[in-house]
Design a protein around this ligand. Structure first.
Ligand SMILES: [Zn+2]
Length: 463
């Protein structure tokens, strides 16, 4: 059994590093700009392209590691399925086109092993996942494991899952080894997958696996989810644990998938108060979202004092998403990423949802620039896929044009903020999550872990 909860006193003064950003802390009022830009046309010249400047202008030197599994963008869920792994290829091309790879260590990680998947998933579920093909006759197992329209069986599905999970695990290991400050895996972040069930286009929950890896060395891990859908699979996995604080910002109500994530879902047993939900309505705009995000996340970090953070950056919270109904701009989505980065804690950044794929690629390329502290021009670089970005060919495409009316009132958002802060007050005196040594239940993994690291290093050297 994995030790996911602790019940011992917490030492004062340990925990999260001081917030590095100073003036950017606290709540952002709509007149507080320019921490981000509501209208791309108002953005400063930093976004313009000086004719003779290089594409990338670095400002700082965080160590950033970037994981892109070989061939991960070439899988197909099916012609009419909204999840398009090709968005990962588009993202990667923009990242390379901007030259951001020069500011990161780039890795082609190994796939996750079956044993690694079974840290979280049931073995009979993994067995089915590994064996089933598009020609397998239907059986009761399809229903049992929830393989239907949302989660079809497609060619190479198991390899796809092992690829994105392997990348998240490699990123987590790099962080716990102290070899990087930030690890990025845009192919990960599949937050709906359950222990023994596929759900919402997700088959393997790479986030849970990565957090389990971080928990070997880090007493407390903060999970933040800005996908438009509730991060139900991650919340459920750690619902009884006081070592993982899960925080999800999502659309809630009117039967919006997955129909969980009410404010009242706060965790159980030792994990009571360690699940935080921020349920929102259609059409939330940049100013409201970013100010609420900062007002909630800063006290999460100062109260919970995580040793590392996992940030799921689902891009279906952007305006004009095929399945979404928020009005966020790429700049505002990226501002949430920049804010989390500003705390200077080991950070694993993952993808997630996102179904208008040209905007997913824009968003994650921009956030790669944010994470590498680079300023990139608003004109997109030339790539083999430039047609996708026509006619504007701009990074900061206007997405917040108000397709969806904002149904979040100031009063409703203030009520949510107050309730979240009220819940966070319980964390101050909460049963502790301090850990003096690696939990004994995990020590059996260490030799295996060491071997995995050695082979990973060998692969990195070879590549
Ligand atoms: Zn989503």
């Amino acid at each position: 059994m994995v030790v996911l909860a602790y019940d011992a006193p917490r030492a004062a003064g340990s925990g999260a590093a001081a917030h590095a950003s100073g003036s950017s802390s606290g709540c952002l009022r709509s007149d507080d700009s320019p921490l981000y830009y509501l209208d791309p046309s108002l953005a400063p010249s930093a976004l313009a392209t000086p004719a003779d400047a290089p594409h990338v202008q670095p400002h700082a030197r965080e160590r950033v590691s970037y994981y892109f599994p070989k061939g991960v963008g070439e899988y197909h869920y099916g012609e009419r399925h909204p999840m398009k792994p090709a968005r990962l290829t588009l993202t990667n091309r923009l990242v390379l086109g901007y030259g951001l790879h020069q500011r990161m260590s780039c890795y082609t990680p190994r796939v996750a092993t079956r044993e690694e998947l079974e840290w979280f998933h049931d073995s009979d579920y993994v067995e089915f996942l590994s064996q089933v093909t598009p020609t397998t006759p239907l059986s009761s197992s399809f229903t049992r494991f929830n393989f239907a329209d949302d989660c079809p069986v497609f060619d190479g599905m198991y390899d796809f899952c092992r690829s994105y999970a392997g990348a998240s695990l490699a990123g987590a290991r790099k962080l716990t080894a102290g070899q990087t400050d930030i690890a990025i895996n845009w192919s990960g972040g599949l937050h709906h997958a359950k222990k023994n069930e596929a759900s919402g286009f997700c088959y393997v929950n790479d986030i849970v696996l990565a957090i389990m890896e971080l928990l070997r060395y880090h007493p407390r891990v903060l999970y933040i989810d800005i996908d438009i859908h509730h991060g139900d699979g991650v919340q459920e996995a750690f619902y009884n644990s006081n070592r993982v604080l899960t925080v999800s910002f999502h659309k809630f109500g009117n039967d919006f998938f997955p129909c969980t994530g009410a404010l009242s879902e706060i965790g159980t047993s030792l994990g009571k108060h360690f699940s935080l939900n921020v349920p929102l309505q259609d059409g939330i705009d940049d100013g409201s979202y970013v100010s609420l995000f900062k007002a909630v996340i800063e006290p999460c970090i100062t109260s919970f004092r995580p040793e590392s953070i996992v940030l799921q950056c689902g891009a279906d919270s952007l305006g004009l998403d095929r399945l979404g109904c928020f009005n966020l701009s790429i700049a505002a989505h990226g501002e949430c990423v920049r804010f989390v980065k500003s705390f200077g804690l080991p950070l694993l950044v993952l993808g997630g949802g996102g179904y208008t794929i040209r905007n997913v690629a824009r968003c994650w390329a921009y956030e790669t620039a944010v994470l590498t502290s680079c300023t990139v021009p608003d004109n997109l670089p030339e790539t083999p896929y430039s047609d996708f970005f026509a006619p504007s060919h701009r990074l900061h495409e206007a997405l917040q044009a108000g397709r969806v009316e904002n149904q979040n009132t100031k009063a409703s958002l203030e009520k949510i903020r107050v309730q979240c802060l009220e819940q966070l007050r319980y964390l101050h005196g909460a049963p502790s999550v301090q850990m003096q040594e690696i939990p004994p239940d995990l020590t059996g993994w260490l030799e295996e872990d060491r071997q995995a690291r050695d082979s990973e290093r060998a692969e990195e050297k070879a590549s």
